[in-house]
Write a new protein. Structure first.
Length: 135
């Protein structure tokens, strides 16, 4: 009797583990693991949390180096998909300047639905100071 119950409980727990692992794998593909882009991703998640929207796609490849005068910057070219209420999506765009003050929005589009929801797609160019030489 106990053996059968333990076996059934083991099957249930293994199934729950499989579901959790699948959910984790889905999130890993939405938020790629790159130590160089972690701060950018955390800032985007902070802005999303503050405004009550959900980041559904995020592309943040490793930074490229860009020179401006004697200063080198790491530049992240971020692609972003966000879902939520239309007003919350507009607030998200507004608060990005607080969370990522060095970001330039290179493109943005907002598609809204009759129910008040919408999808925001945007491309960002985020600058991080890499090194400065004393000339």
């Amino acid at each position: 009797q106990t053996l059968i119950m333990n076996s059934q409980q083991k099957n249930v727990l293994e199934f729950q583990l499989d579901v959790a692992n699948a959910a984790y794998a889905d999130k890993v593909t939405v938020f790629p693991d790159s130590s160089q882009s972690m701060d950018v991703q955390e800032a985007l998640l902070g802005a999303a949390d503050e405004t009550g929207v959900e980041i559904t796609t995020l592309g943040c490849p490793p930074a490229v180096t860009e020179e401006q005068g004697d200063t080198s910057y790491q530049v992240f070219l971020v692609t972003l998909g966000v879902e939520g209420e239309a007003n919350a999506l507009l607030r998200f765009v507004t608060v990005l300047g607080y969370w990522l003050p060095s970001a330039d929005i290179t493109s943005v589009s907002l598609n809204t639905y009759d129910d008040g929801g919408g999808i925001l797609s945007m491309n960002l160019k985020v600058y991080a100071l890499e090194a400065q030489s004393n000339g």
